[in-house]
Design a protein around this ligand. Structure first.
Ligand code: ZN
Length: 327
């Protein structure tokens, strides 16, 4: 027996089932993370065509299978397309990492409406003229808060006393917060980060911003953003117990500042060369601001989660396991 279920959901990932059908991993407002099979999704006359897209929101109706983790989609209607994520490759990299984080960390089919609202709100903001790196840090802080793992920034995690104003404070990843000058007796086996008063004020203001549009990153030095991002990355890996290689690649892409390169007249795929890796340009409009190489290059590594989301799904694979994210 199958139950008919309706939800509003964000598409986190597509995976091939056959030449015309595909799996979609969703993050639903009411269902949490779930997987559907869309039969005939890529047939020319399919009524699913154009109704779901990566990082877009759709209304989805599916038959819930009582014992199998993959459910059969019956109807799908696009609600919010977010086309900017097809053009802005930095924003696309950030969204791909967030998608990987959600797939790896969320249990299957458990509702998480607070986190759903965070993700939906953040994706709506992403790709605007705002810098992507502070927005990604905001997402990580909001994700941790929604998961009940928010780092403690307001007082000493050992004694509860206020942190010494005007002096650098040491953040201890394993303890989830800062130590005051009296409790800080030096390294004690856990990774630590020393933040100055200005960096700490920025981190606190970002954690306090309830919506991504309230994030004020204007005038924040890049070194401060980098120190906050390093602290958050270490915190996430430690407390989620996940390696998160997609995070490293996402920040590498976001921080990439291409040099203008001479364009070869050779026709071929447009690639953005980047530190030995190659990512496909999301849109030819980006060519004005990017160093590009036209012509042969190897495709993104299929083992990389970010590249995987950017990779066309063309090959049949009936062994897809929805509970095993891309390694
Ligand atoms: Zn203390």
């Amino acid at each position: 027996m199958s139950n008919l279920v309706r939800d509003t959901a964000i598409a986190l990932r597509f995976a091939p089932h056959s030449n015309s059908s595909r799996f979609v991993v969703w993050f639903g407002r009411e269902q949490g993370r779930f997987v559907t099979l869309i039969r005939g999704a890529q047939r020319p006359k399919s009524f699913f065509l154009g109704q779901c897209d990566l990082f877009a929101t759709s209304d989805i109706v599916f038959y819930r299978h009582p014992r199998h983790p993959v459910h059969l989609a019956r109807e799908c209607a696009l609600v919010r397309a977010r086309p900017v994520l097809r053009r802005d490759w930095r924003a696309a990299a950030a969204a791909s990492y967030a998608s990987d984080l959600l797939q790896r960390s969320l249990p299957r089919e458990e509702p998480h409406p607070r986190l759903y609202n965070v993700v939906s709100d953040w994706l709506d903001t992403l790709g605007s003229p705002r810098p992507v790196e502070p927005d990604l840090c905001w997402f990580e802080l909001a994700y941790l808060a929604a998961e009940g793992l928010a780092p403690r920034l307001q007082g000493c995690v050992a004694c509860g006393a206020a942190l010494d104003a005007g002096r650098p404070a040491r953040f201890v990843t394993g303890r989830g917060g800062f130590l005051c000058g009296r409790c800080d007796t030096g390294p004690a086996g856990s990774r630590t980060f020393r933040l100055g008063p200005a960096d700490l004020a920025v981190l606190r203001s970002w954690q306090a911003a309830e919506r991504p549009r309230r994030l004020d990153a204007s005038g924040v030095p890049p070194e401060t953003v980098r120190r906050i991002a390093d602290l958050l990355g270490d915190f996430l890996r430690h407390h989620l117990n996940l390696p998160l290689p997609s995070r490293d690649l996402a920040f590498e892409i976001i921080r990439f500042r291409p040099r203008r390169a001479a364009l070869s007249p050779n026709a071929g795929a447009t690639k953005i060369a980047m530190g030995g890796r190659v990512a496909e340009s999301a849109d030819a409009q980006d060519l004005g601001s990017c160093g590009v190489i036209r012509g042969g290059s190897s495709p993104p590594s299929p083992t990389n989660p970010v590249a995987e989301n950017m990779r066309p799904t063309e090959t049949a694979d009936d062994r897809y396991d929805p509970d095993q994210p891309v390694a």
